[in-house]
Design a binder for this molecule. Structure first.
Ligand SMILES: *Cc1c(COP(=O)(O)O)cnc(C)c1O
Length: 292
């Protein structure tokens, strides 16, 4: 793209989105060791949490189906209980055998409370518990495998951030001369603390200016950027995570935050299954649609 040439920046994209058509990118990495652990513990059911557009919910359903583990999704939003069929992400999860349990937003907030988990055990029997977004120590271990020795040439490693598990893995795997930049896709100051519980160094930073108002919030400028990027590079981006990260990287490049000659590696974490659902929302709001 012209801006990169003008500023003398090399930007590479690591296509984790191509790992699998449904279990996209980082969600595959996050599930890998957890599925092994569930089997080791002799659990035949996996329970996890997510919102209506959650890539983690879609990925968990698909992986459970593939590995012969039952999956239960505790979904935020009671109102979805009689209209989840209209939601492409939940449709996909259902097709792969996930059982849903819809809860109100206030109940969903209790998702880490032992008493709430106990009630779920009484309802569904024993299960392997995976937190929201699939982030735990085993997920961070899986995400560290995104980087390899071949990535040593880069000065910066960039990733979108949701719960922080992916970027934590990257931080642990980065080399001493590399800085990891995380681009949160949502508002909130809790992320640094969460990431700190998993990482072993401080060569990282969160860039918090590109959440576009919060999780799954988008505007016309972002949609137009994603469509332009796809036309110029052939690479599709998702509107919730990778689109915001790349918008942010380009904005930082415009502001000359990076020296000429800097080499940047951006991780394409996937999430492309979410485009369909987002286009339904955009249509209702009379905004331009994402190219598919
Ligand atoms: C879930 C997700 C992220 C964020 O991962 P976390 O480990 O929760 O920070 C980034 N990109 C995509 C495409 C995702 O689906």
């Amino acid at each position: 793209m012209p801006l990169l040439r003008e500023k003398g920046i090399q930007l590479y994209i690591k296509r984790e989105d191509t790992i699998h058509p449904f279990i996209s990118g980082n969600k595959y990495r996050k599930l890998k060791y957890n599925l092994i652990e569930a089997k080791n513990q002799g659990k035949d059911t996996l329970l996890t949490f997510g919102g209506a557009f959650s890539n983690h919910i879609a990925a968990t359903a698909f992986a459970g189906h593939e590995k012969g583990i039952k999956t239960i999704g505790v979904i935020r939003g009671e109102e979805l209980s009689n209209k989840w069929q209209d939601n492409p992400t939940l449709q996909l999860a259902h097709e792969h055998g996930m059982q849903f349990h819809f809860v109100s937003r206030s109940a969903y907030r209790l998702k880490n409370e032992p008493s709430f988990i106990q009630k779920l055990k009484e309802k569904f029997g024993d299960f392997y518990l995976l937190p929201e977004g699939g982030t735990n120590a085993l997920a961070v271990k899986g995400c560290a495998e995104i980087l390899t020795d071949a990535d040593a040439q880069f000065d910066y490693i960039c990733s979108a951030v949701g719960t922080g598990g992916t970027v934590a893995g990257l931080i642990n795997a980065a080399q001493p001369h590399q800085t990891v930049l995380g681009f949160p896709a949502l508002k909130g100051d809790f992320l640094s603390e969460e990431i700190c519980t998993f990482v072993h160094n401080d060569r990282w930073k969160l860039v918090t200016d590109y959440h576009f108002g919060g999780y799954a919030k988008v505007d016309q400028q972002l949609i137009e950027f994603i469509n332009l990027f796809r036309r110029e590079t052939g690479i599709p981006l998702d509107p919730i995570y990778t689109g915001k990260m790349l918008f942010g990287i380009f904005d930082l490049i415009k502001q000359d935050v990076f020296e000429p000659g800097t080499q940047i590696l951006a991780i394409h974490t996937g999430g492309l299954q979410g485009i369909k659902g987002m286009n339904l929302v955009l249509k209702k709001k009379n905004l331009p649609l994402l190219d598919v």
